[in-house]
Structure formats: structure tokens, C-alpha cells
Design a protein around this ligand. Structure first.
Ligand code: R5P
Length: 338
């Protein structure tokens, strides 16, 4: 049996880090991640890490303590640097939500490729492996020359839908844009349902407009599948259009709930009956909104960490629905202590 891994986290998603640690029968290591008075990030690792396998859990998102996305990046980089200089044997950056992913290519002149910049600085800081979930574009894996495990939340989301009886010919899975068709196809296959596609355009950044719908949604419950909810515009507009074409109800599922600006209000007022998302990003609005359902993906990360530590296959986690469903439902005790 390999030596126990050490887990650390920054401020962006400490609750998820605690949950992952609990499922592994471990604790989150001591680390001071705060700020100097001049607003620079300050990091001090409070435990010996020499020769250890270390995982730093940090989503690239706004933190519950109010710190912004850029602080999350800086905390992650400085933690990795501190751990490397403290002689950790291998440092894995566990990034449940990989932010800065939307700009993964130049769409016009004089734009950055932000997803690549983040990949470069993580590598330079000392990350030797990345574990993330539902990257905005799978090809971002290629921005790294180190191993990247791109986990998927689909088993958790589909489990919920199946338990609600939302599968087979009662539903139609809908992609809210052309870029999401592959993801929606995978959901449709797993839920044994048909597929429809909404075509969207963005006249200006962060504004979505529906141009067309391909596929039959009439008389069915539509389940719109996306990777992330930012302003909520994509899902709200898709729901309106789908309802207009005769869908009876609209559910939406997305891995990452960013809920930027007034997204919660936009979705509350929309035609959507229920908004499902995971805890890759903390949900600031708590349980005040019955329409919003947050599901935990901690078990998937815990199992991936266990498999990495013990040199077992990570992709096996997602091979076969039975295995994935069993893992999603497994209580913490079901995992062997490392
Ligand atoms: C777009 O390519 C993404 O998959 C999402 O559809 C988009 O990021 C959602 O953004 P918003 O909620 O601001 O419409």
C-alpha cells in the first residue's frame, strides 16, 4: 500500500476539499492562505510534506470569503511553489472547475488564449499532474505536457435524473448550442433518449440569442445539458425557445454553477423548472431557492485521488454505467483507507 497522500486547499472551495478528504478518511492539511496588508497573497504550509504525494484542491472561481477568480489562481500557484520548495515528491493540482477556459482559441485578432496561459503557469509553478472535471473544451488537455485527468460529472447528474424518472422516451436531451452536441449525445445515450439541438449566437460577449432548434421537443420534458452556467442567459433563452416549440417542462443540468452577476434571478424568472449543478464551485445562494439543486461530485474526486495514489486506472472509473453509478452512490465507508 502506498504512503497516504497529503491534501491541501486554498480558499476557493474548502467545503468540497473537506468532503473529499472525509471520503478518503484523511484530513485537509494545515496551510495558511491569506493576504499581506498590501493585498498580495500569503501562503505558509503548516505540515511536513517532504517526499510525499500531495494534492492541492482549488477551483478557479470566486471564493465564499469574497476573494475573486484571480486570487484563486494566485493561491494555487503559490501553494504549489511552497510545496515544491518543501520537497514534496509529486504535486497534483486538483482543479474541480478550470476557470479561464472559455478563451481556448483566438476567435479574432489580438485576443489571448487564456486557458493556455493558465496551463503554462501551473506547470512552471511545479504541478506534475492535473485532475479536473468537464473542461470547457476537452482539447485544453493538450495545453499541458503533464498528465491531465478530465473527470466527468455525468454519472452524478444522470443518477439524479433517473431517480426522478427523467429518462427514456419521456424526455428529450437538448444541447443549448452547437459546441455542446457531443456532451448532450453522451447524456442522451446514457438516459436512452432522443436528442435536439438549439443554435445560439452571441451578438456581444455574455449575451445569448437563439437562432434555431433542430429535433422534436413537442410533448416531452426537455433536459438541457451544458458544461457551465455563467450569466444563465444560454439556458434561460434555450428554455424559452424549447417551451415555445411545445416541450411540457424544462430541466437543465450543468457541471459548473458559476452564477455570475444576476444569473440566479435570471434563472428563477425563466421557464426552467429545476436547475441542477454540482459543487465544483460553491453555491453562494444556499438553499433559499427550491428550483436550484446542487449535487456532490466529491466521491468521484476522492476515488480518482485514491486511484492515482495507488497507480490504478482513473478512466476505469467511468467504464460501464454500473461501476460509475455504484461509485456515485457509495458511502464514504465504502472506500478503503489509503
Ligand atoms: C458555452 O460555450 C458554454 O458551454 C456555456 O453555454 C456558456 O458558457 C454559458 O454561459 P451563460 O450562462 O453566460 O450563457
Amino acid at each position: 500500500m502506498a504512503q497516504n497522500p497529503l491534501l491541501f486547499c486554498g480558499n476557493s472551495n474548502p467545503e468540497l476539499a473537506e468532503e473529499i478528504a472525509k471520503r478518503l478518511h484523511l484530513h485537509v492539511g494545515k496551510a495558511e492562505v491569506s493576504e499581506f496588508k498590501n493585498e498580495e497573497t500569503r501562503v505558509e504550509i503548516g505540515e511536513n510534506v517532504r517526499g510525499s504525494e500531495v494534492f492541492v484542491i482549488q477551483s478557479i472561481c470566486r471564493a465564499p470569503n469574497g476573494k475573486g477568480v484571480n486570487d484563486a489562481v494566485m493561491e494555487l500557484l503559490l501553494m504549489i511553489d511552497a510545496l515544491r520548495r518543501a520537497s514534496a515528491a509529486r504535486i497534483t493540482a486538483v482543479i474541480p472547475y478550470y476557470g479561464y477556459a472559455k478563451q481556448d482559441k483566438k476567435t479574432k485578432g489580438r485576443e489571448p488564449i487564456s486557458a493556455k496561459v493558465i496551463a503554462n503557469i501551473l506547470k512552471v509553478a511545479g504541478a506534475r499532474r492535473i485532475v479536473t472535471m468537464d473542461l470547457h473544451a476537452a482539447q485544453i488537455q493538450g495545453f499541458f505536457d503533464i498528465p491531465v485527468d478530465n473527470l466527468v460529472a455525468m454519472p452524478v447528474l444522470c443518477n439524479y435524473l433517473k431517480k426522478e424518472g427523467l429518462c427514456d422516451d419521456k424526455i428529450v436531451v437538448v444541447s443549448p448550442d452547437a459546441g455542446g452536441v457531443h456532451r448532450a449525445e453522451l447524456f442522451a445515450k446514457r438516459l436512452n433518449s432522443s436528442l435536439a439541438i438549439v443554435f445560439k449566437r452571441r451578438p456581444v460577449p455574455d449575451v445569448a440569442e437563439v437562432t434555431d432548434i433542430v429535433g422534436d421537443v413537442k410533448g416531452r420534458v426537455a433536459v438541457v445539458v451544458d458544461d457551465m452556467i455563467s450569466t444563465g442567459g444560454t439556458l434561460a433563452k434555450a428554455a424559452e425557445a424549447i417551451k415555445g416549440r411545445g416541450a411540457t417542462r424544462v430541466y437543465t443540468v450543468a457541471t459548473h454553477g458559476i452564477f455570475a452577476a444576476d444569473a440566479v434571478e435570471v434563472l428563477e424568472k425563466s421557464e426552467i423548472e429545476r436547475v441542477l449543478f454540482t459543487n465544483t464551485i460553491p453555491f453562494r445562494n444556499g438553499t433559499q431557492h427550491p428550483k436550484f439543486v446542487q449535487l456532490s461530485i466529491a466521491q468521484i474526486f476522492a476515488d480518482a485521488i485514491l486511484r492515482i495514489t495507488t497507480n490504478r486506472s482513473v478512466s476505469e472509473l467511468f467504464e460501464g454505467e454500473a461501476l460509475a453509478d455504484a461509485l456515485v452512490g457509495a458511502p464514504p465507508e465504502a472506500l478503503a483507507p489509503v
